[in-house]
Design a protein around this ligand. Structure first.
Ligand code: NAD
Length: 487
């Protein structure tokens, strides 16, 4: 990555076998700052040729220097990567904001520290866990021996670029694999810097490789079709997951999918409404609503509905939308023109479906450039409206009243998605009873986004395949052989 500070042009190259390189045919594409619509710089456009080089380098490194590095040394390297991310937090937060449109302050508070913590967490975790071992009377001992899966393709979305890349890369390296990474085309910058950080931290050449480009017929599909890629760790939309699954079917790749969500946020009338609203503001609009875990379908018990609506609308109107560089900004720009148009189309659908827009639904006044949309609250939609069924992935929520517990559980589950759900109640038995019936991989009671990286994370139904976090990550990034020794 080269930065010309005078013209502020930032060029993102591939990183293959320890070197920044351009595409063989020198092709590039533009990287646009969604907050200003200015071109930030060029990004190398990779394809099959670059992916072939990257996979070959990853394969050589897997069987070469990386294999000889001990667990303790790998742990130290992970820790060093985390430390270097912390040292460069300001720069990384700025780049993340320029790529995504998110507030710099948010990137500095959440994205970049969590990216560092992903490495710090797995640096400790890999040295502290054991493996399965069973004694069968005096007859035999069985134990599981772990080895790396091999070359892993890591294909990423644009909403939390460095946070999500490091969530996969840290356990991948920790368990001795090598990686070929493809960042999302709209957000190439922090992944490019991470390669330099990995090298500085002592990751041998070829262990991490990065190829920029698009999805279909480009770097993305070249990775998922590649016969010498053993596993794919993918985060993105369910449709893309299906395409990757088909592409990898011929050589039976191991897959980990973290996909989209249309998550219910269920508010029972006995909950503390002020606490609910504080958290629901975040779970609705943080990161412009571009978080897979956002609770974009809000259900409120009917007797609390009107009070909730009034207070929630008032608080939403206080959110400051605008320049991501302003430390007081709450909501920045959406990631791209294409995504901005898509989210706006859902606002139009809500109107066509007879919904009422209580606030938002338009560009903030006085902002001429950039892909900004005011936080938007919609009520009055039927349960089959596309705004209730489909993932909007923007600062748009729907609110629906309910009368009965069974009814809200049925509505919450009435979707192909099953990523997360939030539940607000002070009734302990109801908290357990409802949680056990919600079809979601992650369920929060009286909170949202509270994570412990040891716990299983992932979605059911069309929201994912497999779980990550703690031992679940180690299971994905290793192959286990059960060894039985007769005594
Ligand atoms: P996307 O599926 O469009 O793209 C994700 C990545 O896949 C990009 O790098 C893209 O270039 C690549 N890609 C696209 N088509 C491909 C193909 N045919 N073969 C190989 N690669 C291909 O998703 P997005 O728009 O970047 O991200 C938003 C989605 O990600 C939302 O659905 C969101 O909910 C989901 N997401 C899920 C989680 C989670 O943890 N479950 C986290 C963040 C985002």
């Amino acid at each position: 990555m080269t930065v010309d500070t005078k013209v502020k042009a930032i060029h993102c190259s591939h990183f293959i076998n320890g070197q920044y390189v351009d595409s063989q045919n020198k092709e590039t594409f533009d990287n646009v700052n969604p907050a200003t619509e200015e071109i930030l710089g060029k990004v190398a456009l990779g394809g099959k040729t670059e992916v072939d080089y990257a996979v070959a380098a990853a394969r050589r490194a897997l069987d070469g220097p990386w294999k000889k590095i001990t667990l303790q040394e790998r742990s130290k390297i992970l820790r060093r990567i985390g430390d270097l991310i912390v040292e460069r937090v300001d720069e990384l937060a700025q780049l993340e904001s320029m790529d995504t449109g998110k507030p710099v302050a948010l990137a500095k508070k959440i994205d970049i520290p969590r990216a560092a913590y992903n490495f710090h967490f797995f640096a400790d975790y890999i040295t502290s866990v054991g493996t399965d071992a069973y004694q069968q009377d005096d007859q035999a001992i069985h134990y599981a021996y772990r080895r790396p899966v091999g070359v892993v393709g890591i294909i990423k979305p644009w909403n939390l670029p460095l946070l999500l890349l490091t969530w996969k890369l840290a356990p991948c390296l920790g368990m001795g694999n090598t990686a070929v990474i493809k960042p999302a085309e709209w957000t190439p910058m922090t992944a490019t810097v991470l390669m330099e950080i990995c090298k500085e931290a002592g990751v041998p050449d070829g262990v991490v490789n990065l190829v920029h480009g698009f999805g279909p017929n480009s770097a993305g599909s070249a990775i998922s079709e590649h016969p010498d890629v053993d596993a794919i760790s993918f985060i993105g939309e369910p449709g893309t997951g299906a395409a990757i699954m088909k592409a990898g079917a011929d050589n039976l790749k191991k897959l980990s999918f973290e996909l989209g969500g249309k998550n219910p946020n269920i508010i029972f009338g006995d909950a503390d409404l002020d606490e609910v609203i504080d958290t629901t503001i975040k779970s609705s609009f943080i990161n412009q609503g571009e978080v897979c875990l956002c609770g974009s379908r809000i259900y409120v018990e009917r007797h609390a509905f009107q009070e909730f609506l009034e207070k929630f609308v008032a608080r939403t109107k206080e959110l400051r939308v605008g320049d991501p560089n302003n430390p007081n900004t709450d909501v920045g720009a959406l990631v791209s023109k294409e995504h901005y148009d898509r989210v706006n189309r859902y606002v139009e659908i809500a109107k066509e479906d007879g919904g009422t827009i209580h606030t938002g639904g338009k560009r903030p006044e006085g902002i001429e450039k950039g892909y900004y949309l005011e936080p938007t609250i919609i009520t009055g939609l039927e349960r089959n409206s596309r705004c209730i069924k489909e993932e909007i992935f923007g600062p748009v929520v729907t609110i629906t009243p309910f009368d009965m517990e069974e009814e809200v559980i049925m509505q919450a589950n009435d979707t192909h998605y099953g990523l997360s759900a939030t539940l607000w109640t002070n009734d302990l038995r109801r908290a357990h009873r409802v949680s056990h019936q919600l079809e979601a991989g992650i369920i929060w009671v009286n909170t949202w986004f509270l994570r412990d990286l040891r716990t299983p994370f992932g979605g059911m139904k069309h929201s994912g395949i497999g779980r990550t976090g703690g031992m679940h990550s180690l299971d994905f990034y290793t192959e286990q052989s059960n060894i039985t020794i007769k005594l």
